[in-house]
Design a protein around this ligand. Structure first.
Ligand code: SF4
Ligand code: SF4
Length: 437
């Protein structure tokens, strides 16, 4: 069967070979663990502990700050060292609980459940209580995503196993190593939406993962594997929905308006742990890659661990990096330093000896049209970038600038090295902030 895809897109070198054959290794947590109270979209969590309090694994240390929010749990046992502001990956100072790990791993007791005994409401409640959020980067609370206005209209639950971002291989390893948990998590979600099919979407550059997942879904009449064409950004929510269903989603719609809910691989596994095991979200799978690291790896890391400890576990740097990115090179963002903790949404760190952006000198547009052909949102990035540079907000909105999904394809493909995506992104963020006010 032909691989499914969307219109537009680009073909960056995927560089997956650096880490894709590295099985997931569980990392020991650090001595000091930092739990940011804002690891999700929505109201930050409110700290429930104070300096000097003893804590154990699985203890709620931050309660949800509202419905669109999520609680935070300690992933280690020890003592609260401080409740103070700490730096997040973007360099902002945010509320955090700092815990001195005692190394004893004293853990809470959880309440497992059988799926047959749970109603859809019970399932959503268990996901909410466990603090599950979208772990692909967005951090949208999963219980909110699974509570659309018209649940009867949901006919597709998509699992985004595309992992189209270069260098990243954590989802790939999960598909290979945690296939049963993934199917169980998806089965939990399907119980909320009785009319929906579950579709696990995997790009055709991952034949082993496709075979493994096809084996895992054998016997299920509601779950299937769909093969996606290897193309960036295949895994972007709107691209994936279009590729699988042919339905278009724009910036004024939610995927649920097109009958779809999209979750990433790690999130669905976290749903399984929350619903069936009763275990809150306290760990995630994390890729370390790039030419500057001594050993590219995939790790199972506890949330709260510092990037510095992870890099050290990977053998440090073989050469001092000029650029360190939280995430992958296309959609990730540059880090100021490594004293940043892993959150529910941080999936990778990529470190480069040379910063290719620093070396590129923009020149005049040669009107080649590559950015237009590559844009998955069918925009004119060349024009939008100029409009953004001139600060013309009305024109930017009138030319559909808000439909940009910030994928970076236009900048990547531009032979004149124009900073198209960053100009468009900056204007888009300004307009979004104004609209929120
Ligand atoms: S960053 Fe925006 S404008 Fe550029 S290709 Fe992606 S969606 Fe299109
Ligand atoms: S890709 Fe670059 S050079 Fe080509 S049309 Fe777009 S902005 Fe101009």
């Amino acid at each position: 069967m032909q691989a499914k895809t969307f219109k537009g897109g680009i073909h960056p070198k995927d560089m997956k070979e650096i880490s894709m054959d590295q099985p997931i290794m569980t990392l020991e947590p650090g001595k000091e663990m930092v739990f940011l109270m804002s690891q999700h979209i929505g109201a930050p969590a409110k700290p429930l502990v104070k300096k000097g309090d003893p804590v154990i694994i699985g203890q709620m240390i931050g309660e949800a700050g509202g419905f669109v929010s999520a609680p935070v749990y300690s992933s280690v046992s020890g003592t609260v060292k401080a409740v103070e502001k700490r730096k997040n990956a973007l360099g902002d100072m945010v509320d955090a609980v700092v815990i001195e790990n005692d190394g004893l791993d004293t853990e809470s007791e959880y309440t497992p459940a059988k799926l047959d005994a749970l109603s859809p409401e019970d399932i959503i409640k268990r996901i909410q209580t466990a603090g599950v959020v979208g772990m692909g980067g967005a951090g949208f609370p999963t219980h909110v995503k699974l509570s659309p206005k018209e649940p009867d209209k949901i006919d597709h639950i998509l699992v985004n196993g595309s992992e189209c971002e270069p260098y990243l291989t954590s989802d790939y390893r999960c598909l290979l190593e945690n296939s049963d948990e993934l199917v169980k998590g998806l089965t939990c979600i399907l119980k909320i939406f009785p009319k929906a099919s579950g579709i696990i979407c995997i790009e055709d550059n991952k034949p082993e993962a496709i075979a493994k997942m096809r084996e895992a879904v054998k016997g299920s009449d509601r779950i299937r594997v769909e093969v996606m064409k290897t193309k960036y950004p295949e895994g972007a929510e709107r691209s994936l929905i279009y590729a699988v269903t042919g339905r278009e989603v724009n910036s004024s719609m939610l995927p649920a308006d097109a009958g779809c809910i999209v979750n990433n691989v790690d999130t669905v596994i976290a749903v399984y742990e929350a619903v069936i095991k009763g275990r809150p979200l306290m760990h995630r799978i994390f890729t370390v890659s790039g030419d500057a690291v001594a050993n590219a790896r995939n790790y199972d890391v506890r949330i709260g661990m510092s990037y510095a400890d992870i890099i050290e576990a990977a053998g440090g740097f073989q050469k001092e990096p000029e650029k360190i990115i939280s995430g992958g090179p296309m959609m990730g963002f540059s880090l100021f330093g490594l004293d940043v903790p892993v959150t529910k949404t941080s999936g990778a760190i990529t470190c480069f000896i040379k910063d290719p952006v620093k070396e590129s000198v923009p020149s005049a547009c040669i009107k080649c049209g590559r950015c237009v052909r590559g844009c998955p949102a069918h925009l004119m990035p060349c024009d939008l970038s100029d409009i953004a540079e001139h600060g013309d907000k009305e024109e930017f909105a009138a030319r559909y600038g808000m439909e940009c999904v910030e994928c970076g394809s236009c900048s990547y493909i531009c032979p004149a090295k124009r900073p198209l995506a960053s100009n468009i992104k900056a204007m888009r963020r300004t307009l979004l902030a104004e609209r929120r006010k």
